[in-house]
Design a binder for this molecule. Sequence first.
Ligand code: ADP
Ligand code: X2W
Length: 272
Amino acid sequence: MKKSRDKHLPLGEAGRGLSIIKIGGNVIENKQELTKFLSLFVKLDGNKILVHGGGKLATQLATRLGIESKMVEGRRITDAETLKIITMVYAGLTNKNIVAQLQTNNCNAIGLSGADGDTIQAHKRPVKEIDYGFAGDVDGVNSQTISKLLEADFIPVFCAMTHDGNGQLLNTNADTIAAEVAIHMSSLYETTLYYCFEKKGVLKDINDENSVIRQIDNRKYTILLNDGVIADGMIPKIDNCFYAVERGVEKVCIGHHSMLDSKNELFTTITL
Ligand SMILES: Nc1ncnc2c1ncn2[C@@H]1O[C@H](COP(=O)(O)OP(=O)(O)O)[C@@H](O)[C@H]1O
Ligand SMILES: CC(=O)N[C@@H](CCC(=O)OP(=O)(O)O)C(=O)O
């Protein structure tokens, strides 16, 4: 168990474990899956934090409003109109629905964007070859504030939004938010980060649901990338996993949300 590096925290509290779970659009949009996930989430022992995406729903709403969604390498180009849509979808509809559902399960969830309690500070991504618009790169996470919420028995539920401290909300990928929160919280808690998605883990054969690769280290990752086994959204996801492990997160897993059930051992663990 890690000891607290913070003098203000009671040691007993700070030394406990913390689970950070990220869910994406495929879980959020499927009512039955979301309910199943949330019932597993509430049963998890110890401190916990939920981070959710919802990119698919934002794309659907944008289409209905006649706004085209542009993605580059899995990241949304966020112009002023798109920022309004994602604020409504992520910080509004999705976040509040999840919080309300958790409340029905006796789980005292509190919905947050990075602006709430100044929990996640970011800056607008500088324009290089691509102008991502109002996309935020994370500068810092206020682990003290988040820890105070945990100590007060709140369950933080983060959406995929940060702020720049000058009144500007920014769109930040939910996988990145989960990694950054996990990294900063790992100085106070023994932290495990779970990336939940619709498959059982990183698959050797994308068409074979049971071909889960149980462990991926740096060397194996390079081989899998070269062989084209890992592609699309899985590349930035695994990059986030390595980023988190390299910076002190104890354990990082990718799999179906059923991996939160201690009886299920089929998922992927990322190690250095
Ligand atoms: N080897 C692989 N194993 C599992 N999924 C993979 C693999 N390679 C690519 N993928 C794709 O990565 C996707 C997950 O990334 P993404 O869509 O960004 O996740 P999320 O649902 O968390 O937003 C999967 O839906 C799958 O299509
Ligand atoms: C900058 C950026 O790309 N942000 C993401 C945030 C939502 C997200 O990450 O949703 P999923 O986890 O469901 O994919 C987006 O707008 O799509």
